[in-house]
Design a protein. Structure first.
Length: 521
């Protein structure tokens, strides 16, 4: 086949690459019956079957392999299903037989309707994955006879509601399990859904560990550098077993972190944005911290609960107090910088702060929130106030083209020292980690430094839902030290009102942290 052929196919392949379309097959069945007067009577039944097909990413190499395979251009051949084993197709939703040739399942159902038309009440529909409903027909008298043998079985199709059947001679109910065509009992749908929830929880840690391993081995970095690689090439770059590497890569594909086409792996957009180590909004540092430190806290969670002690360290900046050595200190700051950088935009834009000309970020660490504040509001000047050990390393995290005329760093302890003057005070991930005594002391200091009716307080924390049913904040609370706590919106309002603030607003950002704003009363 010539280059001209590929030139003709290329525009079509680019239009179909990675896209979903529908395959329709129309069928007409003509049922003929010879009458006594030698007349021919016909009965026509027509129907169509729709199946959705999504193509894989179609590269030029894959197209040439398809062309050279000699695949016949019939219905199945058009998708490469015969010679290439379906490599051109990523997924099929509906009756697979409709794609490879003929909607046989639907056809057989129509034949059954033509030759044996049962009463409606004898039809039991059995649902199968990816094919239409297939009807099975039962003799009602047989079912009645079976049900009469025990007082704890169902009356034939009667009194069944949500998988529960009424028993004869009593007002009690017992679980009712429908039977498949082979006579085996089918798991009720509501039971399957509950089991799926348990399975998701059981497998959750495996998904986390898969992400941790791929991040630690810098799989996403290798793919960002080279664009696309085979398992053998990635294994060589990370000095690992080819077989095990392929399993890791396939797991990442299943989790939506990588894409796989024709045995070649590449990063998803998600991975390029958040998992590559040098991406502007990379989670790489926090992922590795979760693997190396937070994982152990949850591994021993039962002991922590029984003994009533908190974890020995948290990702919060207060662990960066100069007592862990410069290497640990710097890593701790990188973790905090990583998470704040991702959420900073949502925090500073949750409310209109344009009327404030000065702000003080108490415990502002690397200045990630201050950077966003200065970039968003052209008139504001921000002072980052944190421990000397933190300020000493803050220069490592300053972006290029930063206007230092509007951003300053001041050493101090916000619990012990006087607070710098400002129109707006910021507390980011501070409140949840403080015991009540220190928290009340800090909020009194902030309230005293504010001007009534003018000064504001911006807080960045996880805000629990009122019913405390949303998992993320509650799971995060399991690693907080014994004296700290996560709070709901109502609890934050009460806390702030007790310290002289009103006009309290709360914004659930959908990011790592939520935003709370209040004005001094």
């Amino acid at each position: 086949m010539s280059k001209v052929t590929l030139t003709i196919l290329s525009p079509a392949s680019h239009r179909l690459s990675g896209k979903e379309h529908s395959v329709f097959t129309g069928v007409a069945i003509v049922h003929c019956t010879s009458q006594e007067d030698n007349q021919l009577e016909t009965d026509i039944i027509d129907f169509y079957e729709e199946t959705k097909v999504k193509f894989a990413e179609l590269s030029e190499d894959l197209l040439w392999e398809y062309i050279d395979s000699g695949e016949p251009m019939d219905k199945a051949g058009g998708y490469g299903i015969q010679a290439l084993g379906g490599m051109l197709v990523e997924s099929v939703h509906g009756d697979f037989l409709n794609v490879v040739g003929f909607p046989l399942n639907h056809f057989c159902k129509k034949l059954a309707e033509m030759y044996y038309r049962p009463a409606k009440h004898t039809i039991h529909r059995v649902k199968h994955d990816s094919i239409p409903y297939v009807e099975s027909f039962e003799n009602l008298s047989d079912v009645e006879k079976d049900c009469s043998t025990s007082s704890k079985t169902c009356e034939a199709k009667k009194g069944v509601h949500d998988g529960v059947c009424k028993t004869r001679g009593s007002g009690s109910s017992v679980p009712c399990t429908p039977r498949l065509q082979n006579g085996l009992e089918e798991t009720p749908p509501h039971c399957s859904q509950k089991l799926a929830k348990i399975f998701d929880l059981l497998d959750g840690f495996k998904a986390s560990k898969t992400l941790f391993a791929a991040s630690k081995l810098k799989v996403f970095d290798k793919l960002k550098d080279k664009g696309a690689l085979k398992a053998m090439e990635i294994a060589d770059k990370i000095n690992a077993s080819v077989h095990r590497t392929e399993r890791l890569l396939d797991a990442c594909v299943a989790l939506g972190l990588l894409e796989k086409t024709h045995q070649v792996y590449r990063n998803t957009e998600l991975a390029n944005m958040y998992l590559v180590s040098d991406a502007p909004f990379s989670f790489h540092e926090y992922i590795n911290y979760s693997n190396d430190h937070l994982w152990s806290h949850f591994t021993h969670l039962d002991s922590t609960i029984v003994e009533g002690r908190g974890p020995h360290e948290t990702p919060h900046k207060k662990t960066c107090d100069g007592t862990h050595g410069p290497e640990v200190e710097e890593r701790c700051m990188r973790v905090n910088h990583c998470t704040l950088k991702i959420t900073a935009r949502d925090i500073v834009t949750a409310f209109d702060l344009s009327k404030y000309s000065s702000a003080c970020d108490l415990g502002g660490g690397t200045g990630a929130l201050a950077h966003e504040l200065v970039g968003t509001y052209p008139e504001i000047k921000v002072n980052v106030f944190d421990l000397p050990e933190i300020i000493k390393h803050s220069s490592l995290f300053q972006p290029e083209n930063l206007d230092f005329r509007r951003l300053t760093f001041t050493s101090g302890n916000f619990i012990e020292d006087a607070l710098p003057a400002a129109d707006l005070y910021i507390l980011s991930r501070v409140i949840h980690d403080l015991p009540d005594e220190k928290l009340n002391h800090l909020l009194r200091k902030v309230s005293d430094a504010c001007h009534p009716g003018m000064s504001g307080l911006l807080i960045a924390e996880i805000v629990l839902d009122e019913d405390k049913k949303v998992p993320r904040g509650l799971l995060q609370a399991l690693t907080i030290n014994e004296e700290g706590k996560q709070r709901s919106g109502t609890e934050y309002k009460k806390l702030l009102e007790n310290h002289g603030f009103n006009r309290i607003q709360i914004k659930i950002t959908g990011n790592l942290l939520d935003a709370i704003f209040a004005v001094k009363r």
